[in-house]
Design a protein around this ligand. Structure first.
Ligand code: SF4
Ligand code: SF4
Length: 370
């Protein structure tokens, strides 16, 4: 395992994200403790010491699971990252206390203001939470204070202007580097000497399997490497990236990621060029860039499983309309025709994805082939 120096401590370059843990009965709240524990144990034994969770992951169950899964190891041998989400519980004192209880700890190593974005920047800045967390840091209940970010670069500049942050977490992957604002965000933080923790390095799984043409290009470089490993290598090579979080869902993913982070070889210019080429090919073929973060889901008045539907949209765009046959006999939550085009999801989405347009198109094509 590679390590990066963060102030006075060493952090594993790969961090374990706990937002997409294996679940039972297809129920997001029902974490499979047996499989999850196996993954955490393997991570720990392989030297991963950074474990990321949040108040809202798995509807609150991620924190409970992680606290239990790590409890057999000495508390000082690992670092927990957890996040305050205003919209889930505006009372920041209460939320922090609940988190300590769920995790079964009396301090949190890395604490983040969760998901600062253009539409909540003022709320976070004015609600008093940052001053409170700074106070907790002085008391030792928080060791390092940071934020995760989903907004525009202009808002990022404002966020780092007057506050002393220990670190920041941003969405960074080669797709957002070439097609989004990831590079601009990376430069803003680097200029302010703020170390970066990376989220979505594989873009919610999208960069784990590209279209055939793009996959072939990467496989020609080395067909022993997984497609996902190219995405991880892209971000881990960046100097100011401290921890790369991967929201691992299976033991195989854990093993594959650990292999990637045990090899310090940097990408060659030719490999980088090929990644960029594969990304461009993918971009011309892809449908949506949904990362399955699920921020939109609780707000949909029709309770639609939006990430599932957008994933299916991508599959049908890449694989053909016949894939929509999966919609046959779906329940209400998995039926795009139930969308009423209210647009509420787009307002909640960090990428402002026009979900209703995709669902409209999918409905149209599905009705055409039915
Ligand atoms: S636009 Fe459709 S998917 Fe989005 S919140 Fe409204 S009903 Fe749900
Ligand atoms: S549509 Fe946007 S908010 Fe909803 S799951 Fe996808 S990326 Fe997240």
């Amino acid at each position: 395992m590679e390590y990066k120096q963060f102030k006075e401590i060493k952090l594993s370059h790969l961090g374990m994200g706990n937002m997409r843990l294996p679940v039972l009965n297809n129920n997001n709240k029902d974490i499979d403790y047996h499989k999850g524990q196996e993954m955490i144990d393997f991570c720990y034994k392989q030297g991963i010491n950074y474990y990321d969770t949040a108040f809202i992951y798995h509807e609150g169950e991620s924190e409970v699971f992680l606290g239990k899964a790590l409890s057999q190891y000495p508390r000082e041998s690992y670092y927990i990252a957890d996040k305050f989400k205003y919209s889930a519980e505006p009372d920041y004192r209460k939320q922090f206390q609940t988190q300590l209880e769920r995790l079964g700890t009396d301090y949190i190593d890395f604490y983040l203001v969760h998901g600062i974005a253009d539409n909540n920047y003022n709320t976070y800045m004015e609600c008093g939470c940052i001053e409170y967390f700074q106070q907790l840091k002085r008391e030792g209940k928080i060791k390092y204070l940071g934020f995760s970010f989903h907004g525009n670069p202009g808002v990022l500049k404002e966020t780092v202007k007057d506050i002393e942050w220990d670190f920041a977490q941003i969405q960074l992957n080669y797709y957002d580097w070439y097609y989004g604002t990831a590079k601009e965000q990376y430069d803003i933080l680097t200029e302010k000497n703020i170390p970066i923790m990376v989220m979505e390095p594989i873009h919610g799984g999208m960069l784990a399997s590209l279209c055939d043409e793009a996959n072939d290009l990467l496989n020609e470089l080395n067909d022993q490497n997984s497609i996902a490993s190219w995405a991880l290598r892209f971000v881990k090579d960046l100097d100011n990236v401290c921890v790369v979080l991967s929201g691992m869902s299976s033991f195989d993913q854990v093993k594959d990621n650990i292999i990637t982070f045990s090899d310090e070889t940097k990408l060659t210019p030719m490999e980088l060029e090929t990644i960029e080429k594969a990304c461009h090919i993918q971009q011309t073929q892809i449908g949506t860039t949904c990362t399955a973060c699920r921020y939109c889901v609780p707000h949909c008045p029709k309770n639609l499983e939006i990430p599932y539907l957008l994933k299916l949209y991508n599959e049908y765009k890449l694989g053909g309309t016949w894939r929509l046959s999966r919609l046959k006999g779906s329940d209400d939550a998995h039926t795009p025709v139930n969308c009423i085009s209210c647009g509420i999801c787009t307002k909640q989405c960090p990428q402002s994805i026009e979900v209703k347009e995709y669902l409209k198109q999918m409905t149209h094509d599905y009705l055409g082939v039915k």
